[in-house]
Write a protein that binds this ligand. Structure first.
Ligand code: AMP
Length: 554
């Protein structure tokens, strides 16, 4: 399949703001695609060459891309031209005039070679490989290739949009649910796309758990008061400590351990002590728990201490300085069998059986309760001890592990809910406003959005300017990735337009006093008196949804 077809679709998508139109365009593109290239095309549309959970990184910085263009077109000082356009894509297209000849496999394989180049001389190698592609590009191909390799494709296409387009292209409406379900247990858009194109929807339905591939994590619902448990989960329930650390999904296959974060990033290298402890257990499995920093006596240290373990360098040194314990609470796979459809008591029994208790691996604290006052008692003890809250879990026969779902099998209960500050929201930062006075030179406020899972869009909900420490603001200034134009996945009215747009990838926890109707925020609602609590380790699509906000208002 020609790379020109991919470039043409990028151009078309960029000009489309309607979700329905985008889906139609994509479905047509997949229909016309060479079957053997469907997987590659699906990755490229998301601006990548591998599933999002793989560690792959092209390792191309802007300077390298500019050097590649200079090499390819034998010109000097493209940097100055690039400053004028402010967009590497527009710069690249000014120089490229070849007749389109590139194929998707050729681009894809070369990008893989670029990613694989490491060590001495790797920068030159990457530049040479990239210029070999640019040399063969037409103007429009160069535009999208340049953006692709700098991670600036921004087509406004998310996983969900692609899944829906795939259903339209290769199956029918009824396949959407199956595709979405398959994606929760195998979040690899390329594999799902190729399976569907080659073998049809029944083969997609058969896609199962694969040890070493992350499963989208189950999430918690929230309730208004503990009395609600009666109708939501019924009794008895398991009441567990809600640890404030980092959720880890640990996979063991033979001697290979892989640890995934809640964003499904591979974080194995960050926790050597967890890997070591898991290797001592027998069999292949997938288990889940929350990693918390602990002191010499096993006492749990605050979240901020734990965060120091989120590092790429000096990992060994820090694993001694700030050791962690993994508080385990679920088992999704054991002894060649998926346990996801089993009830929580069955999964818990498997977990307890495979675990050898030690300093690093422990079962999460829990108690079984047959009424809400028992749950409240456990909760009060946790709160007095400074804990974050509790998670209440259904023990019914249907209490399966619902991958990627915020269902009623798990319910969280935190002190904020009790104190009247009932609502905290996990919102995605989509823009920022510059600060004044003490906050000059930094951001003074952030534009935050909720996720609309129906349309795969982020809709604005509040302007967040309080609750920050000075260090938080400095941190946000470095952390948020600016983009020159509004990210395509974001909807925002002109009245709320921020000073800078940022890539919608950072999730913040925000407390608020009240939700009111709003003509200026695109959710249709505004959060009054929003207060920053902390950064959450969540994927943007796991943020509070517009649907949840609407439900709260009702
Ligand atoms: P929230 O992020 O507020 O939606 O709460 C859900 C998160 O609580 C999960 O993603 C876990 O990281 C964390 N957590 C801590 N302890 C537990 C537990 N015992 N069971 C389930 N989740 C837990």
């Amino acid at each position: 399949m020609k790379f020109a077809q991919f470039a043409a679709i990028c151009e078309k998508l960029e000009r489309t703001s309607s979700y329905i139109e985008m889906k139609k365009t994509l479905a047509q593109f997949f229909k016309n695609a060479d079957k053997k290239d469907v997987k590659r095309a699906a990755y490229l549309l998301l601006g990548t060459i591998e599933p999002s959970y793989s560690d792959i990184n092209l390792g191309i910085a802007e300077n390298m891309a500019l050097r590649s263009l200079e090499n390819a077109f034998d010109v000097k000082n493209i940097k100055a031209a690039s400053r004028k356009t402010g967009d590497i894509g527009e710069t690249a297209e000014q120089y490229a005039h070849s007749k389109p000849s590139l194929t998707i496999p050729e681009v894809f394989d070369t990008l893989h070679k670029i990613a694989a180049a490491s060590g001495q001389g790797s920068q030159d190698k990457k530049v040479n490989l990239l210029s070999s592609l640019f040399k063969k590009c037409s103007a429009i191909e160069a535009r999208y290739l340049a953006r692709l390799c700098l991670g600036q494709l921004r087509l406004g296409v998310g996983d969900k949009t692609i899944l829906e387009a795939l259903a339209d292209a290769f199956a029918d409406k009824s396949a959407k649910k199956d595709l979405e379900h398959a994606f929760t247990i195998r979040p690899d858009i390329g594999t799902i796309a190729q399976t569907l194109a080659d073998k049809g929807i029944n083969a997609v339905r058969r896609i199962g758990v694969q040890v070493g591939t992350p499963i989208q994590m189950m999430l918690c619902q929230r309730i208004e008061n503990l009395e609600e448990l009666k109708q939501r989960t019924g009794f008895p329930v398991a009441v567990e400590t809600k640890y404030d650390g980092e959720r880890i999904q640990a996979h063991k296959k033979g001697k290979i351990i892989t640890l995934f974060s809640r964003r499904l990033e591979n974080i194995t290298k960050q926790f050597p002590e967890i890997t070591e402890a898991l290797l001592k257990l027998t069999g292949d499995f997938i288990v889940e728990g929350e990693a918390v920093a602990v002191d010499a006596n096993g006492g749990i240290l605050p979240f901020q201490t734990m965060m120091q373990r989120r590092r790429k360098h000096n990992v060994e040194e820090y694993s001694k300085k700030i050791p962690v314990a993994l508080k385990l609470f679920d088992c999704l796979y054991f002894n060649s069998k998926t346990l996801m459809s089993k009830s929580y008591p069955e999964r818990y029994t498997a977990l307890a059986k495979l675990l050898k208790k030690g300093k690093t691996l422990q079962l999460a604290d829990r108690t079984l309760c047959s009424n809400s006052s028992c749950a409240d008692e456990f909760f009060q003890n946790i709160v007095v001890g400074g804990g974050e809250g509790i998670v209440i879990k259904s023990l019914k026969a249907d209490s399966s592990y619902q991958a990627g779902v915020r269902g009623w099998h798990w319910i969280k209960w935190k002190p904020e809910y009790v104190k009247g500050m009932r609502d905290t929201f996990d919102l995605v930062v989509v823009g920022a406003y510059f600060g004044r006075g003490r906050r000059a030179g930094k951001y003074g406020a952030l534009l935050c959005a909720a996720y609309d899972d129906k349309n795969d869009k982020f809709e604005t909900f509040c302007k967040l300017g309080t609750g920050f420490k000075d260090t938080d603001l400095a941190h946000f200034f470095k952390l948020l990735k600016r983009t020159d134009t509004k990210p395509a996945l974001v909807n925002c009215s002109t009245a709320m337009e921020p000073d800078v747009w940022v890539v919608p990838e950072i999730v913040v926890e925000v407390a608020g006093a009240e939700i009111t109707k709003s003509p200026t925020h695109t959710t249709g609602y505004a959060l009054r008196f929003p207060r920053f609590l902390r950064i959450r380790e969540k994927k943007p699509e796991q943020a509070t949804s517009v649907k949840e906000i609407k439900k709260m208002i009702n």
